[in-house]
Design a protein around this ligand. Structure first.
Ligand SMILES: Nc1ncnc2c1ncn2[C@@H]1O[C@H](COP(=O)(O)OP(=O)(O)OP(=O)(O)O)[C@@H](O)[C@H]1O
Ligand SMILES: [Mg+2]
Length: 173
C-alpha cells in the first residue's frame, strides 16, 4: 500500500495516529513530517515517541533543531528534528547527521535537502475543517508494509478516509 489518507478530527486523533505509527515502524526508519506551521507535526511525533516508551518531556526541537531519545537499552535512538530555522543546509553540519541507524522524525525536511537521508515515509498534515488531514506516502517497500499494517490498526480505522478524493488504493497494495 503506497498511500493512506486519514481525517483527524482533533488533537487526540493526531496523537493516536502517531502512536499507531510507532507500533509499525522499524527502529531504523526515515519519516518526513510535512505541513504548514501548526499543522500538527510535533503532536504526531510526540504520540509516536510516547508509544516507543519515551516517558520524559518531549520538547519540540524548534530551537535545538535536534532532540535525541534512546530507544530501550539497545543503543538505538530516535532523532526528532525541526529544520524550520535553517536558512542554509550547511548550518546542519554541526549536528553530525551521519548516524543513519536511527529512527528519524523530521519536521520541515525541505529545508535540509542534501543533508538528510531519503525518506521511507512522507507524512503530510494539513488543516482540514476544524481538524487535520494526514496523507501518508510510502516511498520504500518497508513503508508500504507499514501502511498495510496501519490500515488494520483499530486505532486508525475510524479515521481512514476511504472514498473521498484520494481513497485508499488497494490496487497499489
Ligand atoms: N487533528 C487535529 N485537530 C485539531 N487540532 C489539532 C489536531 N492535531 C493537532 N492539533 C493542534 O495543532 C496545534 C499545532 O500543533 P503542532 O505544534 O504539533 O504543529 P507543528 O506542525 O509541529 O507546527 P510547527 O511547524 O510550528 O512545528 C496544536 O495546538 C495541536 O493541539
Ligand atoms: Mg512542530
Amino acid at each position: 500500500m503506497k498511500r493512506l489518507l486519514l481525517d483527524l478530527p482533533d488533537e487526540a486523533a493526531t496523537t493516536a495516529l502517531g502512536a499507531a505509527l510507532g507500533r509499525v515502524l522499524a527502529q531504523t526508519a526515515v519519516v518526513y513530517l510535512q505541513g504548514e506551521l501548526g499543522a500538527g507535526k510535533s503532536t504526531l511525533a510526540r504520540g509516536l515517541l510516547r508509544e516507543l516508551g519515551i516517558t520524559g518531556a518531549i520538547r519540540s526541537p524548534t530551537y535545538t533543531l535536534l532532540e535525541r531519545y534512546p530507544l530501550g537499552d539497545s543503543g538505538a535512538e530516535a532523532w526528532h528534528l525541526d529544520l524550520y530555522r535553517i536558512n542554509d543546509v550547511g548550518e546542519l553540519e554541526f549536528l553530525g547527521l551521519d548516524a543513519l541507524d536511527a529512527l528519524w522524525l523530521v519536521e520541515w525536511p525541505e529545508r535540509g535537502t542534501g543533508a538528510l537521508p531519503a525518506p521511507d515515509l512522507i507524512v503530510q498534515v494539513s488543516v482540514h475543517g476544524g481538524g487535520r488531514r494526514a496523507e501518508l506516502d510510502a516511498t520504500t517497500d518497508a513503508a508500504c508494509q507499514w501502511l498495510r499494517q496501519l490500515a488494520c490498526d483499530p486505532a486508525c480505522v475510524p479515521f481512514m478516509n476511504i472514498d473521498r478524493n484520494n481513497p485508499l488504493q488497494p490496487s497499489d497494495s
